[in-house]
Ligand binder design. Structure first.
Ligand SMILES: Nc1nc2c(c(CN[C@H]3C=C[C@H](O)[C@@H]3O)cn2[C@@H]2O[C@H](COP(=O)(O)O)[C@@H](O)[C@H]2O)c(=O)[nH]1
Length: 218
């Protein structure tokens, strides 16, 4: 929080609004959601959620993406024809270019829904509440596999739409996003946890506890 406050104060007039004004200036009002994510990552080291695994750089960017997605959602125009005030350019927000926000709640529900399967050894570790060090193979697998899984759910939805309504599928391609699927899954996970809702008509896996990792990234 101190880092964010200090950078906002020294370079952006002390507010997120000032940061967004600078985003508009740099991109001549043409910036997309992904451009804003990049600017957040480049500006704030504590949002640079990246790691090297086995010699390969892995970009997760959970907090920059959720920040931009929540900004997108909060300022979503009321009428369909209106431009998005934060992303008024030709390409619009292009929110479909973002991934889901890889943390702990979405992998848990993806496993419950049998979209992700875990090896028995991982289930055992989660049940026992064993601490997973940040960036270890298991923690990284849980996060990265949830990105791929939500991407594939999106691809399935797009394929189903294409089959039903081939004429409109290009429009829907940018409307169906990993962001909205993440929001849906996260809300569903919360409702399941509180007992407000249960899954009917689908075979599910028993819910395993979320993984335990100390991290500033989510
Ligand atoms: N992946 C993912 N993570 C999400 C959210 C949201 C809320 N999104 C709202 C926006 C639209 C939706 O309709 C939601 O109402 C919070 N979090 C994360 O949870 C953590 C806080 O947890 P707890 O202390 O239990 O509330 C914290 O890391 C926060 O970043 C999401 O949507 N997706």
């Amino acid at each position: 929080m101190r880092e964010v406050g200090s950078i906002l104060t020294s370079s952006f007039g002390g507010s997120y609004q000032g940061f967004l004004d600078e985003f508009h200036r740099r991109h001549n009002g043409q910036g997309t959601a992904l451009d804003l994510v990049r600017m957040v990552v480049d500006t704030f080291p504590s949002f640079r959620d990246e790691t090297v695994y086995d010699g390969t750089k892995v970009y997760l960017w959970k907090r920059p993406q959720i920040l931009v997605a929540e900004t997108w959602a909060a300022f979503f125009p009321a009428s369909q024809g209106d431009r998005h005030p934060i992303f008024p350019g030709e390409q619009g927000p292009a929110i479909h270019e973002l991934t889901m926000f890889a943390d702990y709640r979405v992998p848990q529900i993806l496993h419950h829904l049998r979209i992700l399967s875990y090896p028995p050894s991982l289930v055992e570790q989660l049940r026992q509440g064993i601490y997973l060090p940040m960036g270890c193979r298991e923690e990284l697998s849980l996060r990265t596999s949830s990105i791929i899984a939500v991407d594939r759910v999106r691809a399935e939805i797009l394929a189903a739409i294409q089959e039903e309504d081939p004429d409109n599928s290009h429009v829907l391609g940018s409307t169906i996003s990993s962001v909205l699927i993440d929001f849906f899954l996260w809300d569903l996970a919360k409702r399941l946890e509180s007992g407000e809702e249960s899954i009917e008509g689908l075979e599910t896996e028993d819910i395993v506890p979320i993984h335990r990792t100390r991290s500033i990234w989510y």
